[in-house]
Design a protein. Structure first.
Length: 375
């Protein structure tokens, strides 16, 4: 058994609540030809997150870098865990992130914790569960509409800067950062692979991010600061494209308010991270490794002054719409918690614990075989 110090913990959101509804990047969590992928099915509140956390914690303590897939609705819960060095993953395969095996029995297998439910206890709550889940769906749809409203207002805020944005200045910044971060490497005949995820999410508790676990280990970090519409995402995208052309794999972290935008990138092989530091994902620079770039330099002060009242109004309206959206998500979670409690009361958790013991044994056997094969 590996006995080195604890591995590095990373927390990401493979899915997020967005103005378009639930947006998923789950396909990028692990190579579909991994060694072992376990998909866990079953109802709410029956121990899926606890089982995922247990396996991840054991391997993290053994020294393996471990990546948790955080739940975009309830950030204290985990929807998955990935251990890249072992080619191992466990995922919650229930809605809204429904997962099905691509190579069943060879790579993936399904475990149904619903087999340990006492249906006699559950059935009397049938009507309550159906009606409550219907209300949860209504609240989610309302939240998505509020997020769409917030994004439209945010677009108006951005437009005040974009119409006078100096794209030549942005190109120069992107070119300089690309050259500095890529060490003068050449274009590669084999382009790198992109990996798309979210570093933060809009949750029932408001906006939450785990950016420090994503970029905290980088030896060089470029931090972009600036108002919406000052070109941060444009610079990040250009640097990412150059890195991919140079053959480097790139992790691209998208914006949950607009999933088409990339806010942060990490180039693991180079230990480089490029971060957009703005609400709600502010990051304090570290003196030795961080370089801060103010993208406001690409917008004239005249433009900012001209639209000051418009920007001020947009900020206020955006905040109101965003808070209404998160309030809907909060109410949805309160309703969903009622369903979780019903299922929990009908669950044989001792059986889940025994199943967890067997799964952990299989995982440790996989770890032993891989360790011995690479010794």
């Amino acid at each position: 058994m590996q006995s080195q110090s604890q591995g590095r913990l990373k927390k990401v959101f493979p899915g997020a609540n967005t103005p378009e509804g639930f947006f998923s990047f789950y396909d990028y969590m692990i190579d579909p030809c991994a060694n072992m992928i376990i998909i866990i099915k079953g109802g709410p509140g029956i121990g899926k997150s606890t089982l995922i956390r247990r396996i991840g914690s054991a391997l993290l303590d053994m020294g393996y870098d471990t990546e948790y897939a955080c739940c975009s609705h309830d950030p204290v819960s985990y929807d998955g865990v990935v251990v890249p060095k072992l080619g191992l993953a466990l995922f919650d395969g229930t809605p809204p992130h429904v997962l099905e095996p691509r190579f069943p029995g060879i790579v993936e297998r399904i475990i149904n914790l619903g087999d340990f439910l006492n249906r006699k206890k559950l059935i009397p709550h049938r009507q309550e569960v159906v009606e409550t889940l219907r209300e949860v769906s209504i609240l989610f749809e309302r939240a998505f509409r509020r997020l769409k409203e917030a994004r439209i207002i945010h677009d108006d805020w951005e437009a005040c800067h974009i119409q006078d944005l100096d794209f030549g200045c942005l190109n120069c910044i992107a070119e300089e950062l690309s050259s500095d971060s890529l060490h003068g490497t050449e274009t590669s005949p084999s382009p790198g692979k992109p990996r798309h995820l979210f570093a933060g999410a809009i949750t029932a508790s408001g906006p939450i991010h785990h950016l420090q676990t994503v970029v905290g280990h980088a030896s060089r970090r470029y931090i972009l600061k600036g108002e919406p519409g000052t070109g941060k995402s444009t610079i990040v995208r250009k640097v990412a494209e150059r890195a991919l052309c140079h053959g480097f794999n790139v992790e691209l972290y998208h914006c949950p308010l607009d999933p088409s935008k990339v806010e942060h990138i990490v180039i693991p092989e180079l230990g480089v991270a490029l971060v957009s530091s703005s609400w709600p994902h502010l990051i304090d620079p570290m003196k030795d490794i961080d370089r801060v770039i103010d993208t406001g330099q690409a917008v004239s002060n005249t433009t900012v002054g001209k639209y000051e009242s418009v920007i001020c109004d947009a900020k206020q309206r955006f905040g109101q719409a965003f808070r209404r959206a998160t309030q809907c998500l909060h109410e949805a979670k309160q309703e969903y918690d009622k369903v979780q409690a019903i299922y929990s009361e009908s669950m044989d958790f001792q059986a889940v614990e025994r199943l967890g013991d067997r799964i952990l044994g299989e995982v440790l056997e996989l770890e032993r075989k891989i360790r011995e094969a690479t010794a």
